[in-house]
Ligand binder design. Structure first.
Ligand code: SF4
Length: 341
C-alpha cells in the first residue's frame, strides 16, 4: 500500500489522502519498513541522499509573554529555563562561526518574544549583514515571533533567507496548548513572511496531547499553507511547565510521524528537530530516511548530540552532508572570528 502511495506521489497523480495519512500513524509493526521505504523513495527523489545540518542560536532567552504550555521560556511558568538579554551582534557572529564549524548549511537566530521591537530587529539585521559578509555560503534563518510587513521586509533586505514560525499543533488542539494568541495569528505571520519574499519554515511538536487526527490535520495544514521547511519536534517535557508530566511519544511513533510529514509534504525540507535524542534514542539514524535535515549542537534550552557524533551518524547511515561552506575536518580548525564594529 505505501509503495503504491509513493509511486502515485512521484508520478504526480495524487496526493496523500486523509485515510491514508491516518493509516500511517496506526500502521502495524509489519508495515513499518515498507512505510519507511516509501517515505525514503519520496525523500530521495526530492533531496537525494543529502542531509542539511542546522544550528540554532538562542538570541534572547526567557521572559516570553506568550503562554505555550510546553515552553520553559514563557514568563507564565515557574520553569528553571532562566533569562538572558538579547545577544549582541558580535555574539551572534560567534554563533555563526560555531555553525560553520559544525558543517551547518543554515544558522537560525531565535528570540523568545511576542515579536521583535525596533532595537532587537536592528540587532538581528546588523548581525545578518555581518554574517553574510563573513560566511556568504551560510543560509540564515530567523524565528522572532510575530511580524509586520515592514519588519519582514527589513529582515529580507538584511539577508535573512528564511523565517520560522511554527504552527505547533493542529488548529483543533491549539487552544489546549496556547491561549495568548491564536492559530490564525500564527498562520498570518507565515503569510507575512511569504509576502516579503522570505522562505518559510513552520512545523510543530509531537506529544502535545494531540490525537492522530490532529497530527494528520497539522501535516495537511502545512501542505495547504505551502511552507518550504517543516521542523518536526518531539516533546521533551520541561520541568515547571504545564506539560512537564506528559509522556514522550515512542521512537516508532515518531518515525511514523516523520513518514507522514514526508508523504504529505513531498518536496519540503523535513527536519528532525528538538527531542530527537531523547525520543528516538537508538533509532535516530532511521529518521534520516523520511527527513532530510536535522538540528545539531543542541537546542534553545536543552542540550543535544555533539556535532562530531551527528556527522558520524549521518556518514554511518550512508548519507552525505550538504553544505555550501568549506568542509572543516574538525571544529578545532575553525578560524577565530574577530568581533567587528
Ligand atoms: S514557544 Fe516561543 S512564543 Fe511560545 S512561550 Fe516559548 S518562546 Fe514564547
Amino acid at each position: 500500500m505505501y509503495s503504491a502511495i509513493a509511486s502515485r506521489i512521484l508520478l504526480g497523480s495524487g496526493q496523500l489522502g486523509h485515510q491514508e495519512a491516518l493509516s500511517i500513524l496506526q500502521s502495524s509493526e509489519e508495515e513499518f519498513l515498507p512505510l519507511l521505504d516509501a517515505a525514503y523513495r519520496v525523500r530521495k527523489h526530492f533531496h537525494g541522499n543529502r542531509v542539511h545540518i542546522h544550528v540554532l542560536e538562542n538570541a534572547k532567552q526567557g521572559a516570553c509573554p506568550e503562554d505555550c504550555k510546553f515552553c520553559s521560556q514563557s514568563k507564565h511558568f515557574e520553569s528553571p529555563g532562566g533569562e538572558a538579554p538579547h545577544k549582541e551582534v558580535t555574539e551572534l557572529l560567534d554563533g555563526a562561526a560555531r555553525a560553520v564549524s559544525a558543517q551547518a548549511k543554515r544558522y537560525c537566530m531565535v528570540t523568545a518574544t511576542h515579536g521583535p521591537n525596533a532595537r532587537d530587529l536592528k540587532t538581528i539585521c546588523d548581525a545578518a549583514k555581518k554574517i553574510k559578509e563573513t560566511y556568504p555560503g551560510l543560509q540564515l534563518c530567523a524565528s522572532l515571533g510575530f511580524l509586520t510587513d515592514e519588519k519582514a521586509s527589513k529582515l529580507k533586505s538584511a539577508g535573512i533567507d528564511r523565517f520560522n514560525h511554527n504552527i505547533e499543533t493542529s488548529e483543533n488542539n491549539f487552544p489546549n496548548v496556547v491561549t495568548t494568541h491564536t492559530y490564525q495569528d500564527r498562520v498570518a505571520t507565515i503569510n507575512t513572511a511569504k509576502r516579503a519574499g522570505l522562505e518559510t519554515c513552520a512545523g510543530g511538536i509531537i506529544g502535545l496531547g494531540e490525537s492522530d487526527q490532529d497530527l494528520v490535520d497539522m501535516a495537511f495544514a502545512l501542505r495547504e499553507i505551502g511552507v518550504d521547511s517543516i521542523p518536526v519536534n518531539f516533546l521533551n517535557p520541561r520541568p515547571g511547565t504545564p506539560f512537564s508530566q506528559r509522556e514522550k511519544v515512542t521512537p516508532r511513533y515518531a518515525i511514523r510521524a516523520l513518514c507522514l510529514f514526508r508523504l504529505a509534504n513531498p518536496s519540503a525540507d523535513i527536519r528532525v528537530a528538538g527531542g530527537r535524542e531523547v525520543v528516538l534514542k537508538s533509532m535516530q539514524s532511521l529518521a534520516l530516511y523520511p527527513a532530510n535535515s536535522l538540528f545539531s549542537s543542541g537546542y534553545l534550552t536543552t542540550g543535544g548530540a555533539e556535532p562530531d557524533s551527528d556527522r558520524q551518524m549521518i556518514k554511518d547511515a550512508g548519507f552525505v552532508i550538504e553544505t555550501d561552506l568549506p568542509v572543516l575536518a574538525s571544529s578545532k580548525k575553525l578560524p577565530v572570528v574577530q568581533a567587528r564594529g
